[in-house]
Design a protein around this ligand. Structure first.
Ligand SMILES: CC(C)(COP(=O)([O-])OP(=O)([O-])OC[C@H]1O[C@@H](n2cnc3c(N)ncnc32)[C@H](O)[C@@H]1OP(=O)([O-])[O-])[C@@H](O)C(=O)NCCC(=O)NCCSC(=O)C[C@@](C)(O)CC(=O)[O-]
Length: 288
């Protein structure tokens, strides 16, 4: 165990489900998330308030929310938003603790994902921060395409640090460095993350890594060794962003993360019976 702070696991059924073509029944979504809420994750990234034309799968996020049993969970709820309208919708729900905004450092991806420029998105982040403050919510900003992009937009470490600095300056308290399409490597993670964590110690810096299965563990290890304690993942590594490329690259698999962190002596305090129940239910959602 080498972390000074306790590990935060963010389970992402939203990311896992958003690219699935067949519509998952609202009750089934809620049943799955209700099991995840009993496992003991720090946060459940459960849905999004975005255009149903862009992400049809999650058009029922408000209905799913109404079916969640929050009476005994210790997990916080996080919802993704991509424009001011989404922010205004999400802040109306007292059950939601955190709003997450995908802020891409690739201009092309920001346009594809949110139909707005990086400059306009920065204004949205400012408005989100204001509304979050007013409604007692926390804003999470994802640095999407944080390890490079497939469109030929300029990427380098200075760009990552520049935007981290800008967002920290605005008062963003949680930034998740995101590998939207799985182009990071342990070397690149180790080159960027320690400096970010060291230089922005007033910000909680997490990772939201997409990856093929063969390189997940080495990326988890690189992030952990860099001092990261906030990890996004999804059961069995399901998921990916359909706005980025035609082919989805899955999330880090939560079971890999649990295995790795336990070998490092981290105490996760998870209810593995509830986790197994979620694993058992998952084929009905992801494989039917
Ligand atoms: C942002 C927009 C809406 C802009 O899209 P736009 O086309 O500019 O929006 P618009 O204002 O012109 O509206 C278009 C239509 O969407 C509706 N609309 C508009 N806004 C909303 C809203 N909030 N809620 C519900 N409906 C909405 C609006 O009513 C209209 O419907 P119509 O009149 O044509 O029937 C669009 O681009 C969008 O929804 N994008 C989806 C973004 C998204 O969810 N991406 C996936 C999640 S982010 C992610 O996966 C990355 C992450 C977080 O995991 C980290 C990483 O890996 O990088």
């Amino acid at each position: 165990m080498n972390q000074q702070k306790s590990i935060k696991l963010i389970e992402c059924p939203r990311d896992a489900m958003q690219g699935i073509h067949h519509f998952i029944d609202t009750d089934l979504k809620a049943a799955y998330i209700n099991l995840l809420l009993q496992v003991g994750f720090d946060t459940i990234d459960f849905g999004s308030f975005v255009s149903p034309k862009a992400i049809p799968q999650l058009k029922d996020t408000a209905e799913v929310l109404a079916k969640l049993d929050l009476s005994t969970t210790k997990s916080k709820l996080l919802a993704i938003v991509a424009n001011l309208r989404g922010v205004e919708a999400a802040v109306q729900h007292p059950e939601i603790h955190q709003l997450g905004f995908p802020f891409s450092i690739s201009e092309t991806f920001q346009m594809r994902n949110t139909n707005s420029t990086i400059a306009a998105s920065l204004d949205t982040v400012k408005q989100m921060l204001e509304l979050c403050n007013r409604h007692d919510k926390t804003a999470v900003v994802y640095l999407s395409m944080g390890f490079g992009n497939p469109y030929g937009d300029l990427w380098n470490e200075e760009i990552v640090l520049h935007w981290t600095d800008v967002l920290a300056g605005l008062g963003v308290k949680i930034i998740s460095l995101s590998d939207t399409i799985g182009v990071s490597s342990p070397e690149r993670i180790k080159a960027i993350l320690p400096g970010m964590i060291r230089n922005f110690n007033q910000v909680e810096i997490g990772v939201h890594l997409h990856s093929t299965a063969d390189t997940r563990i080495e990326k988890i290890e690189a992030a952990y060794d860099s001092g990261c304690y906030r990890f996004d993942s999804a059961l069995k590594g399901f998921g990916g962003c359909p706005m980025a490329t035609d082919e989805l690259t899955g999330n880090l698999a939560t079971e890999d993360l649990i295995w790795f962190l336990e070998t490092k002596g981290e105490t996760l305090g998870l209810n593995m019976e509830k986790w197994k129940a979620a694993v058992q239910l998952s084929p009905q959602i992801f494989l039917s």
